[in-house]
Design a protein around this ligand. Structure first.
Ligand SMILES: [Mg+2]
Length: 237
């Protein structure tokens, strides 16, 4: 059986042959990038800043990247911390850092993601990096991430599309993004997402594209990926 990752490449090949621009839509957080190092870093800084509460430092000290889930308060709760005041303080501390250029520097590419993106690009695809990270705080860090880890960037056929403001709703942003993708005049060959609701939204907009669901971490929303979604853990074959 061929690996699911071959489907996107096959679509790119046939579209290129037919003279159509193949577009690959790529989410960043928990799709192309693993955000666990960013979360663990923030958690460790929080523990350091609460040195008057040695219990927290001791708990955080036992935690690893594998303990980082969708959010850090959940991870800490799971590790046995039930001090609501402290968890609320962590939530605030986390939000002040997680959505910043500076802390994006800790993200690591998902295994296999860089070389797979090069394969798609070399086959003629336009890579459309689509992320809910916002302009006015995260665009430089996002660009640095792409460049630092050698993702295709800056040689033509790449787009980086961020949310125009932190406060725009995700729903409105995704609808705007779909219109922007359509305006390119090509055809979406594949889309990669870790949020089931976004995976389904892209599938509804581009039903002929290969639709990938990255089974990493996602929000507690109850959505399930649609039936035809191709499931991946990362980009290794
Ligand atoms: Mg994501």
């Amino acid at each position: 059986m061929t690996h699911p990752l071959e489907q996107a490449l096959a679509n790119v090949g046939s579209m290129t042959e037919a003279g159509t621009l193949p577009i690959i839509v790529l989410d960043l957080d928990s799709t192309l990038f693993d955000t666990a190092p960013r979360n663990l870093r923030i958690l460790r800084e929080f523990a350091l800043s609460n040195h008057h509460k040695p219990d927290i430092a001791a708990v955080v000290d036992t935690m690893s990247l594998a303990d980082m889930g969708w959010n850090v308060t959940g991870a800490l709760k799971k590790a046995g911390v039930d001090d609501d005041e402290l968890l609320a303080a962590l939530k605030k501390f986390w939000a002040q850092r997680f959505f910043t250029d500076e802390y994006l520097a800790f993200d690591e590419p998902s295994p296999g993601a860089v070389s797979y993106c090069h394969e798609l690009w070399n086959a003629g695809a336009l890579l459309y990096y689509l992320t809910g990270r916002h302009i006015g705080g995260m665009e430089l860090g996002t660009l640095r991430n792409l460049v630092r880890h050698n993702f295709p960037w800056g040689s033509g056929r790449t787009v980086m599309h961020l949310k125009p403001s932190f406060h725009q709703s995700d729903e409105e942003f995704k609808q705007d993004a779909i219109r922007a993708i359509e305006s390119l005049g090509g055809q979406v060959a594949a889309a990669f997402e870790n949020e089931p609701a976004n995976c389904n939204l892209l599938h509804a907009a581009f039903p002929n594209a290969a639709s990938y669901f990255l089974d990493t971490v996602h929000s507690p929303r109850p959505d399930r990926p649609h039936e035809a979604a191709l499931w991946l853990k990362d980009f290794r074959r």
